[in-house]
Design a protein around this ligand. Structure first.
Ligand SMILES: *Cc1c(COP(=O)(O)O)cnc(C)c1O
Length: 466
């Protein structure tokens, strides 16, 4: 069999090397080892795993930089193409991944920020104090605001930071409606989209009617909404924009300072590799809609903020586990599925597997054999019966492997697109230690988070404290 043919099997089965699936950075070498490609730098994932051990997160900031650059270029080219008069601003929602290198990579490419809590804003303040962030960076503050959050916002406003609290409830409204600083307000969107997170009852923000009844603000700049994550139909992104624009133009009559529409997050990732999402067409539709509506209302074109977090960050990390045992699935007699037990946990380390039935693309790091595949269920290392992953079609097709090979030829697996949310949601069930994290960039490999020792974990639980 020629190598060419082998490659095409890999592409078909595991969808590596395909831009549409954000896998253009990954490939196997001729020995069947998974490689990460950063321009001319190549990282052999099996070597990394042998050096740093498993479980292991590999963060690739160059992917984040490239994705944001592409997104901003696309938006700016679309603005030119449709002759749009407003600006495009990307705000990175920090809650998606607060790792320093992730935030620094984004800010370095021109991202503004959005914080969801006091602690996130505190970290931003620290970076501003150390001159690590451009003082012109714009910061949106969402989430319910306790006293600490409010007073930090106030402190930064006094220092001249470009900060915009997004008002989410009546108490915040009372405090901020007549603030001499800029504010935004959150609209509770009655238009629903098909996404796991789009609940029937939304507790965020105000209805359009409530907003009309508020009268005017001193400095209202932004109308904001966020309806959910991983919104897979482009219509479900466009319909809410149309609704929000109606509110925006009505509101602008009483609040002429209003100049920006913030459409929140939601741009999806093709986790299941069934289809990609055509963001080029969508961007053009968004700006055309904004322009047409503005002209219909004889109003200036609004600036557009988007907060697509998952979209930019998810593909920039993979999580690697070692298969430490294999066993038969005892379900039906003729069932020849096998459990592959990993040395980490879906529940702990990839929590969305458990909480929202997240699907993943899992690829072999080594021992890749396209010709000898079996039906596999993956089991995590906690004692929890919920700690497993069965794929999207009832099982995962994966190279055959048996525990007897563990010493001379261990098998490692890579879960792709794990950069968004999983880390902040991670748990500590059974005290299975969290993955170690390394960062690969510019040909360098840096250990960014050590695996905690049993002593360190014990100390957090009061074991060695008098
Ligand atoms: C979570 C969140 C986002 C990010 O959503 P993604 O689906 O990751 O793009 C953006 N804005 C707000 C207000 C959020 O709460």
């Amino acid at each position: 069999m020629t190598t060419k043919k082998k490659n095409s099997v890999s592409k078909k089965l595991w969808k590596l090397g395909i831009n549409e699936f954000n896998t253009q950075y990954f490939d196997w070498n001729k020995d069947g080892d998974l490689n990460i490609k950063e321009g001319h730098n190549i990282y052999n994932v099996r070597y990394l795993v042998e050096k740093f051990g498993t479980s292991l997160q590999i963060l690739m900031p160059f992917i984040i930089e490239e994705r944001l650059e592409d997104l901003m270029d696309l938006a700016n080219n679309t603005i030119k193409k449709v002759n749009y008069q407003g600006k495009f601003l990307y705000h990175y929602p920090m809650k998606v991944n607060q790792t320093r290198e992730v935030v620094m990579a984004l800010v370095g490419e021109g991202a503004h920020l959005e914080t969801s809590s006091y602690t996130e804003l505190y970290l931003v303040k620290k970076m501003l104090e150390q001159d690590k962030f451009n003082p012109d960076i714009r910061i949106l503050c969402s989430g319910p605001k306790n006293d600490a959050y409010l007073s930090l916002i106030d402190e930064l406003q006094h220092k001249g930071v470009k900060i915009f609290p997004l008002i989410e409830g009546p108490s915040e409204l009372k405090m901020l409606q007549h603030s001499k600083y800029n504010v935004g307000i959150r609209l509770d969107m009655p238009v629903k989209a098909s996404s796991y997170w789009n609940k029937q009852v939304d507790r965020f923000g105000f209805s359009a009617k409530e907003i009309y009844d508020m009268g005017s603000f001193k400095n209202l700049k932004i109308l904001h909404y966020h309806i959910g994550s991983q919104i897979e139909k482009s219509g479900d992104i466009l319909t809410p924009i149309k609704y929000a624009l109606d509110v925006y133009f009505k509101l602008k009559k009483t609040n002429p300072s209003l100049d920006t529409l913030d459409i929140g997050g939601g741009m999806p990732i093709p986790y299941t590799r069934e289809r990609g999402f055509n963001i080029d067409k969508l961007m053009e539709k968004i700006f055309t809609l904004l322009k047409t509506e503005a002209e219909k209302h004889e109003m200036p074109h609004p600036n557009l903020i988007c907060e697509w977090g998952r979209y930019v960050v998810a593909p920039a990390q993979m999580t690697i586990f070692k298969v430490i045992d294999t066993k038969k699935v005892h379900k039906t007699k003729k069932d020849d599925k096998k459990w592959y037990v990993i040395d980490g946990s879906f529940m702990n380390d990839l929590c969305d597997t458990w909480s929202v039935d997240q699907k993943w693309s899992i690829v072999p790091v080594n021992n890749k054999n396209d010709d000898d595949l079996g039906e596999v269920w993956f089991a995590g290392s906690t004692c929890d019966s919920d700690d497993f992953y069965k794929g999207k079609d009832g099982s995962v097709r994966f190279p055959k492997y048996d525990y007897s090979e563990i010493n001379n030829n261990p098998m490692y697996i890579a879960v792709l697109d794990t950069g968004a949310y999983q880390d902040a949601l991670a748990m500590n069930h059974c005290l299975v230690a969290r993955p170690q994290r390394i960062i690969v960039e510019n040909g360098h490999i840096v250990l960014a988070r050590k695996r905690l020792s049993p002593d360190e974990i014990g100390r957090q639980l009061g074991w060695y404290n008098k």
